[in-house]
Design a protein around this ligand. Structure first.
Ligand code: COA
Ligand code: AMP
Length: 625
């Protein structure tokens, strides 16, 4: 038996004991007497009587153990040409002072604080300051528009918003403050105050009496001690796309999260205190929450925070320069970033210019890594490339390779085997397991392990409906794929209307709502068409209202602008086509899967339920224009 088999079998034999043992990796103010209470929440709650503070575990604990001078965070920003290092002691001091300033303005345990920040150290400091107070942060990705930010302010009803004056994208400065002001204007709920980090690239206009300067607040803040919270108290809410326009507020608790993330750092990534871990993602996504901020700091690892892009800042060698400069031991990024690099530097010439001798492995997630990209990266880097599968809801990998147990031989295209804690099955529509190797709906047998979302913010019933109602005793991941004879999981795509664009999770339903609001649009469909760089790209088909006679290009321009204005640039919605009709079943359901196949020039069978097959030719014709 391999190390992995033993470990997985050990978890299976005694799941609660396994997690209680993992809980010893965390400093509790009250060690949990009970591992799991199946009676609470939609599927149960982990460590129901434990008490702790997550920020204490991420910062104070290491300083108290004499590691105050160890580097906690390296900020590398090719966008500004700056590199800064922060020790654990420095992070603690800054975080405690900001927490003190927030507390002085009334933020306390259970209050929500929205963060609208780019990739700057203050984003991590603000997250940790909230955690220190037992306040619940909700980070909103900078690429979302004012309306999306407003929807999150309305749902989370924050006491405060912490934002930066701007974010930096190649070739443009994104002024965040006007977006924040617009969002506050749109939302029926108004935060009591805002704390604004002034960046010199675009200083923000402040609203007298409502907006306060981040630096001044931090400077005057009295260091605040960590506030003890229940393990089951929410640490954060992270909104993610659902199938409707209303995003889901994924809740993460304090105790289970700390235990699972801490355990994952050694088990999956094979890192120990002092090692350098670089997750090239964004704090606005779950990958950034878990592996730029919380997990590395909980484990005393050095985390690299990067403000830049894989290409163009300044070139396709940036990733390798960062790895070499900071002695990165493990890099975690999205396959789309590698595809971007590979396109510009297929031979890896820029890679060879840097000393990558300390890099031990590359981990990938956010979307399935296509085998050619995985093979290219393994060949050029000469280190293991590990694809691992997870979701915002789970907060840490469902399947992976495990450095602690010895990595599996490469199987490009597979997401690895289940992490101890997860029991993955491929199910048929009746909820029965399909034979090994056959495709089914990927589901996780309940209970979910610690770290997974226990509920949705203010929407427990939606949680049950969205995840637990499809298959009794299972959480439905909304991904489809296979589990093979050896237990490797192969994730092939979503079963719902979610698409994955450059590793970003987007709802086609939400984009359809926006297109349908255009005055000339009678009906519409959005599908994720294959894209060589981003994996998928949204494609909109619209039918114009009777009597509307307009240039297709003009309507398309308006639709593209509308999606950018309502959802934001992150939607990457660049293409809309006018079609005479949409293909539907006789019962009126739009045949999106068939549209996608036509867009991707794949073979398709004419669905027997289609009301008029000629429409498919019309779509082909429109898409080849
Ligand atoms: N704030 C404001 N705008 C943002 C933003 C942010 N934080 N992040 C992205 N955007 C904008 C981009 O500028 C782009 O705008 P444009 O339409 O004017 O060009 C748009 O949103 C789409 O962004 P994205 O799809 O990420 O494309 P990109 O051009 O920024 O980068 C690659 C594309 C090819 C470099 C891509 O490979 C990449 O690395 N993406 C990020 C992958 C990632 O980190 N995923 C997280 C999951 S692990
Ligand atoms: P998000 O919640 O934004 O992290 O997106 C989660 C979704 O991204 C999953 O449900 C999958 O559809 C997809 N995904 C993430 N990582 C992988 C992976 N390694 N392999 C296949 N799909 C992935």
């Amino acid at each position: 038996m391999s190390g992995y088999d033993d470990a997985y079998a050990e978890w299976r034999r005694d799941p609660l004991g396994w997690w209680m043992e993992a809980a010893r990796g965390i400093a509790w103010t009250r060690f949990p007497g009970t591992a799991f209470d199946p009676g609470q929440g939609p599927f149960g709650r982990w460590f129901p009587d434990g008490r702790l503070n997550t920020c204490h575990n991420a910062l104070d604990r290491h300083v108290e153990a004499g590691r105050g001078d160890a580097v906690a965070l390296i900020w590398d920003s090719p966008m500004t040409g700056q590199v800064q290092r922060f020790t654990y002691a420095e992070m603690l001091e800054r975080t405690a002072k900001l927490a003190g300033a927030l507390a002085a303005r009334g933020v306390s345990r259970g209050d929500r604080v929205i963060l609208y920040m780019p990739m700057v150290p203050e984003a991590a400091i603000a997250m940790l300051a909230c955690a220190r107070l037992g306040a619940i942060h909700s980070v909103v990705f900078g690429g979302f528009a004012a309306a999306e930010l407003a929807a999150r302010i309305e749902d989370a009803t924050p006491k405060a918003v912490i934002a930066a004056s701007c974010g930096l994208e190649p070739g443009r400065v994104v002024a965040y403050k006007p977006l924040l002001d617009a969002a506050i204007g749109l939302s029926p709920h108004k935060p009591e105050f805002c704390v604004i980090l002034q960046r010199e690239q675009a200083r923000a206009e402040m609203v007298e009496g409502r907006d306060f300067d981040f630096a001044a607040e931090e400077a005057s803040g009295q260091p605040h001690a960590p506030v003890e919270v229940a393990a089951t108290d929410p640490l954060y809410i992270l909104y993610t796309s659902g199938t409707t326009g209303k995003p889901k507020g994924i809740v993460r608790d304090n105790g289970g999260h700390a235990v699972a993330l801490h355990r994952s750092i050694s088990m999956i990534y094979g890192l120990k205190p002092g090692d350098v871990f670089w997750t090239a993602s964004d704090v606005g996504w779950v990958v950034g929450h878990s592996y730029i901020v919380y997990a590395p700091l909980l484990a005393g690892v050095t985390s690299v925070m990067f403000e830049g892009k894989p290409v163009g800042t300044p070139d396709a060698g940036t990733f390798w320069r960062v790895c070499a400069d900071h002695g990165v031991k493990l890099l975690f990024t999205a396959p789309t970033a590698l595809r971007a690099i590979k396109k510009e530097d297929p031979e890896g010439a820029m890679m060879k210019r840097h000393d990558l001798s300390r890099l031990e492995a590359l981990f990938l997630a956010g979307e399935r890594c296509d085998p050619p990209t995985a093979i290219w990266a393994a060949e050029k880097l000469g280190v293991p490339v590990v694809d691992h599968w997870w979701q915002t809801e789970t907060g840490w990998p469902i399947t992976a390779g495990f450095r602690e147990y010895g990595l599996f031989a490469p199987r490009p295209g597979s997401g690895g085997r289940p992490s101890p804690g997860y029991d993955v099955a491929a199910l048929d529509v009746q909820g029965n397991e399909v034979p090994r190797g056959q495709q089914g709906a990927l589901a996780l047998r309940l209970p979910l392990p610690p770290g997974c979302a226990p509920t949705l913010w203010n929407a427990e019933e939606r949680y049950r409906q969205a995840y637990l109602s499809t298959f009794p005793h299972f959480y439905d991941t909304s991904d489809a794929g296979t589990v093979d004879e050896e237990g490797f999981v192969w994730v092939m795509g979503r079963t719902d209307d979610i698409i994955n664009v450059a590793g970003h999770r987007l709802s086609t339903g939400q984009m359809e709502e926006v297109l349908a609001s255009h005055p000339d649009v009678a009906e519409c469909a959005v599908v994720g068409a294959a894209d060589a760089l981003k994996g998928q790209a949204p494609l909109g088909l619209v039918v114009l209202k009777a009597g509307v006679q307009r240039e297709e290009a003009e309507v398309a321009r308006e639709l593209v602008a509308l999606v950018r204005e309502r959802i934001g640039p992150v939607a990457a919605f660049k293409e809309a086509r006018v079609v005479p009709r949409l293909p539907k079943t006789r019962s009126g359901k739009i045949l999106r899967a068939t549209i996608r196949k036509i867009a991707d020039r794949e073979d398709y069978v004419v669905p027997p339920t289609i009301d008029d097959p000629v429409i498919l030719d019309e779509i082909s014709e429109a898409l080849s224009r």
